[in-house]
Design a protein around this ligand. Sequence first.
Ligand code: FE
Length: 585
Amino acid sequence: MAKYRCTVCNYVFDEEKEGKKFADLPKEWVCPVCGVPTSSFVLLAEKPVEAKKQGRTVSEVLVDQIAEWGVTYVFGVPGTSTLGVLDAIRKNSKIKYIQVRHEEVAAFMASAYGKLTGHVAACLSVSGPGATNLATGLYDASLDCSPVLVLSGMVARQFIGPGSIQEIDQHSFFEPICVFNKILMSENQTTMLATLAVKTALLDRGVSNIGIPNDVQKLPYDTPILPFEGRMPNLAFGVEESVIEKAAQAIDFAERPVVVAGFGCQGQGNKLIELATKICAPIVTTFRAKGVVDEDHPLLAGCHGGIGSTAAAELVTKADLLVVIGASFSDFTLLPQKRTVQIDINMKNIAKKYPVEVGLLGNSAVLIPKLTHKAQEKKNPAYLNEISRLKEAWVKQLSKEADASARPIRAPYIMKVLHDKVASDAVFSLDVGENCWWFGRNFQMKKTQKMVMSGLLASMGSGLPGALAAALAYPKRQVICVTGDGGFTQVMGDFVTALKYNLPIKVFLINNKRLGMIMQEQKLEGYPSNETELFDYNFADFAAHSGGVGIKVTDPSQLEAAVDKALAATKATIVDIDTDPRRFP
Ligand code: FE
């Protein structure tokens, strides 16, 4: 009998207590506390870790404890100062070690896993270089509020300070990256630090690090494992009715309200549509929230900001009220200062950039329905007509851009072919660069699909690790990596990780033989193209020589068949597509 955690409110579904299997719940079942669907739940533990075995170590207690709290994957490169923890992972059947070729990939994988599932995965690194190699992926998690657990090996206690091989001031190194950063100095701290690390990563939405000195890992220690239930607050909270009333009044008086949905609306597409329908407002999303509502829904006007639609831009410009939900007002989304009602679970996010008329602190899963209930029903056919006219013009524009005959192959055409062929529940991992720009702008997502990207850090090299994490988190779903020749090259050694673990990810590589986005910026700023050309490398050959499937596409007429072949492949695949580097010819 298993237990499942609601990643939105922390409610635990216990199969034994409920007398039924989670998998057998009807499709319309929602979390009884916060109302999100079963897709927002993660498996905690199949069955509790057995009480006290004889002769355990600190490492074994630590690993058993995090496994009990639903940590199912540890990503890392084995090394001298993690042997104790690594062996404890081997002994625990609930937790799986995924060996990668570079710690940066491990950290990006954990970050992507957190963003996709709302739950914690761990990365394990050795002291010194292993720890510092994690930094970029961990900063990605930190900036995008993804819960991640780091188990970092350290030199034995007597060498922390005096110095040794692979010894750095590791605690200080992790300090600016982490929401929780502690060194496991004594066996008695093991359970407390393990549970606090997972709890803090989930509640503060960031990176927790436990530094584990080499000698401590091997100390004999035994103690009972603590269950998750009863040790986490339920997060289905919201402000009192009078504040919701005030927000509803602001909406009632608005003639052109626009709902802005951010990443904090994950799993709440239906509730957003109910709100938008009742108050007669279009929905625009941030890039990271792309797909939270079906992009072909009549009220969805597209993304706002750098990759945004003309419809979203015009509707936001002309809006007299923004209802901003779970969005951080980033420089990418570029929301203007307007009368605003804002919902956010993090009180520091409310009125972070501009003053707001009403700030609603709480869980959007709870507050969206309450606001919908309190707001008056509006009828505004002229506004609805305008929304549909603007959207139609944008969709027409995208369709015009997807020119199947243009040579060299145009990125919008690649997006169109992918859109037409991938599964309706595919999971996408985007890299950073032109590939990401085109996906954000031209790919129309479905609510049943998922997407992960490096949002605020915008780090190249995040695409492949995100796809590896997605394939582990969703083994039955199609996993699509959209990447470029620049970003992929930073992490391509880990393509073999997909082969080693039989993860049949499909990599669509927009090969423009350039750092295309930077070339674009040089052009915009009046610089000549300089040092942005990349060596013309054949990634299809690389995939095939590695033991995967490699498909080279040089002409648009080959693209559809190549995508079909890739999607049918049972092994990790790279489709290397020679693509026009220009944004608009
Ligand atoms: Fe819930």
